[in-house]
Design a binder for this molecule. Structure first.
Ligand code: SF4
Ligand code: SF4
Length: 429
């Protein structure tokens, strides 16, 4: 490209976009329109619409960033319907990061137009995760009273996505901040995340059980503080930093050697903390240290802790595994869950077709776009059913919730569990 062509190109991008977005825009020059992304994009497969593929989204992004396309309702929707799963990046010859491009355009639009009431309420409830527990309880009560049937179809579908609320949260079950039953080998901080805290305390208890059985002391925060990913994606950067700061300070105060989570999305968000305080010298080192100590629990157990299973056989169950997008594509945790499952006595592993195709959960995606998410989930559940597995496992509570909904919705006869729950079962009498 000549210097003049380069100048013309730079002039194409409208003013006010961030340097990151401008860089991604220039990367899209390399799209050869080969269409490989259409073969793996779940939203294209569900809708067969060009603008619902990475190629279509790249085209729209260019027009938007060049100023020839305004923020129409349809444009916003096509962007919003991107799962951010990253499947397109894997097959794209010039490695265009469509998921990041779309994510930054969403932030650009939020910056100009602000949030809708729904979005604002969602972000507020993430800032105060205790309120999430009340939402879950209210939905449960409405179901018990039969009031859910009176709701409009879309709201009814959303309510039905929630599993029954457990009687106790993880906080209720784990008393106190520090558990020292592991024998003092090394101190591990456990970050449970909002969904585990409120909906999947059994997963949290399994993590604690397994860590203790591997000889670790476990430290759990006395209150849940969101990882901040929803705020980052919503362009609420100061709130993102506030939440990150609270998490960093808590675990720094406990002197932990590692920080583990049982959620791929949370792990990814926590590992990103190293990049968000680069302009704050007082926090930058602590954030970098925090990020370096953070691992997914299955990665930690297999690569650091010297994985060991308990003596109890699981009785010959057949198990399959769904790769969550954040865990597999962003963090590269793919072999570790399979290694963990293969080590369990009395378990046969069956790989499902397209294990790394998104299940449609994608954070709050399934609530914002229930119809498209349901189409994506239907394919996933057909792949689960094809294995004949009695248990489908996943390393992310959001995926667990979606798969659990899928099994009820599409009549697939299986249990839904985190792999660590099966490992913990081998230790129970
Ligand atoms: S795979 Fe990449 S290069 Fe090919 S059409 Fe899709 S975005 Fe463009
Ligand atoms: S990130 Fe996923 S949903 Fe979005 S364009 Fe790529 S493959 Fe499609």
């Amino acid at each position: 490209m000549t210097a003049v062509e380069k100048m013309e190109k730079l002039a194409n991008v409208k003013s006010g976009v961030t340097p990151e977005l401008e860089k991604l825009y220039h990367d899209t020059d390399n799209c050869v329109r080969c269409g490989r992304c259409t073969a793996v994009c779940p939203t294209y497969k569900a809708t067969r619409k060009e603008m619902m593929s990475a190629r279509g989204r790249v085209h729209l992004a260019r027009k938007y960033l060049e100023g020839s396309l305004g923020v129409s309702k349809t444009f916003k929707l096509y962007n919003d319907l991107c799962l951010g799963c990253g499947a397109c990046l894997e097959v794209c010859p010039p490695k265009i990061k469509t998921d990041e491009l779309v994510g930054l355009i969403k932030q650009d639009i939020f910056g100009k137009q602000g949030h809708s009431l729904d979005e604002m309420m969602m972000l507020k409830s993430c800032s105060y995760p205790q309120s999430f527990r009340w939402i879950v309880k209210m939905i449960d009560l409405n179901k018990q009273l039969g009031l859910v049937h009176l709701l409009p179809p879309e709201l009814k579908a959303k309510a039905n996505m929630f599993p029954p609320a457990p009687d106790k949260t993880l906080r209720d079950l784990v008393k106190g901040v520090e558990l020292t039953r592991g024998g003092g080998r090394t101190k591990v901080g456990y970050y449970p995340g909002c969904l585990t805290q409120s909906l999947y305390p059994d997963v949290g208890m399994a993590v604690v059980e397994v860590l203790i059985n591997h000889g670790y002391d476990v430290v759990i925060p006395p209150e849940t503080v969101c990882c901040g990913l929803p705020h980052k994606e919503g362009g609420e950067h100061s709130e993102h930093r506030r939440l990150a700061g609270k998490n960093i300070e808590f675990f720094a105060s406990q002197g932990v050697d590692y920080i583990v989570t049982n959620c791929g999305t949370c792990t990814h968000a926590l590992k990103e903390y190293g990049h968000i305080f680069t302009h704050d010298p007082a926090m930058a080192d602590k954030a970098g240290e925090f990020a370096a100590k953070t691992r997914d629990i299955m990665d930690f157990l297999t690569e650091v802790a010297g994985l060991k299973a308990g003596p109890r056989s699981l009785g010959g169950i057949k198990v399959t595994y769904h790769d969550s997008c954040h865990l597999s594509r962003r963090l590269g945790v793919v072999k570790q869950p399979r290694k963990l499952l293969a080590a369990l006595p009395g378990l046969t592993f069956e790989e499902m077709p397209k294990a790394n195709w998104c299940c449609g959960a994608a954070g709050s995606y399934s609530f914002k776009h229930p119809a498209t998410a349901r189409q994506i989930l239907e394919q996933k559940m057909a792949n689960v059913a094809a294995t004949g597995a009695q248990v489908v496992t996943a390393g992310c509570p959001s995926c667990l919730m979606q798969l659990d909904y899928g099994k009820r919705e599409f009549g697939v006869d299986c249990l839904v569990k985190h792999p660590v729950q099966l490992l913990a079962d081998t230790f129970y009498n």
